[in-house]
Design a protein around this ligand. Structure first.
Ligand SMILES: C[S@@+](CC[C@H](N)C(=O)[O-])C[C@H]1O[C@@H](n2cnc3c(N)ncnc32)[C@H](O)[C@@H]1O
Length: 242
């Protein structure tokens, strides 16, 4: 469930401490989207978070509508990317996606949906939003994502004004769970704790092109958006409506 995740403290910690994934995806996505930029097409971003990829898209000259399920992320993104066409709450898979010349998403946003049927519905919704010639670029967790991380030790990072502790569980081959505790220093010097539980649905991504083909989008599953591979078990889905 997306409801209640990425509340304000984790949204802040994500923004200040975890921008590397969006930075890493940006060059490949910008190259894929160059024809869209050249015709001044509209890009819709799903699960934009605080606007880390959105910033790259806007700086490259794209017109972007940035969306996310988390109201805290949307509030943050409105300050980070005030030059977006719009920054709106959009909860996949059921909220309507505006028709666009490109649909992009990074940070395995669709993997946060409640089950395999919802992931399928999210992929189909993204595909249906594409105008003719439109480009799809998103990342998604494969079953390999859990296999690779089974038994991984907790992740801990401590900074001056925040800290994060993440514990991992693989309760089933197709589920990956993060128990995330954040500590954020408040204005009066005290520390505030918050706990979130994120459940990701892992899918056989080899089946994704057939789902998208059913919606008129030709797609491939690749190791990365460009020659730089994504993290183990995370794949890039790249497609177009011809
Ligand atoms: C790992 S973060 C990635 C954020 C951003 N794309 C980035 O790379 O920095 C995953 C994002 O997916 C969003 N999300 C989770 N479930 C969602 C849903 N059902 N619909 C839309 N966004 C969702 C979260 O709120 C969060 O911002």
């Amino acid at each position: 469930m997306s409801d209640g995740i990425y509340r304000s403290d984790l949204a802040h910690v994500h923004h200040v401490g975890f921008g590397s994934h969006a930075d890493r995806c940006a060059p490949g996505i910008l190259a894929l989207l160059e024809p869209v930029r050249a015709r001044d097409g509209l890009v819709v971003e799903l699960g934009c978070g605080s606007g880390l990829l959105t910033r790259h898209l806007l700086d490259a000259g794209h017109r972007v509508i940035a969306t996310d399920a988390s109201p805290a992320m949307v509030d943050l993104a409105r300050t980070v990317v005030p030059d977006a066409e719009a920054v709106e709450v959009l909860v996949l898979p059921d909220d309507p996606i505006l028709e666009a010349d490109a649909v992009v998403s990074v940070g395995h946003v669709l993997s946060y949906l409640p089950d395999e049927a919802a992931v399928d519905a999210g992929l189909r919704a993204a595909a249906r939003a594409l105008r003719p010639g439109g480009v799809l670029a998103l990342d998604l967790c494969d079953l390999e994502y859990g296999r690779h991380r089974a038994g991984a030790p907790p992740f801990v990072r401590v900074e001056d004004d925040w800290a994060i502790v993440t514990r991992y569980e693989v309760p089933a081959p197709a589920r990956f769970v993060r128990g995330i505790t954040t500590f954020v220093r408040a204005g009066d010097g005290s520390w505030r704790r918050d706990d979130e539980r994120h459940v990701n649905v892992l899918v056989d991504t080899a089946a994704v092109p057939a789902v998208l083909a059913d919606e008129g989008v030709t797609a491939v599953v690749r190791a990365g958006f460009d020659a730089d591979p994504l993290a183990e078990g995370l794949v890039a889905v790249v497609g177009a409506r011809v």
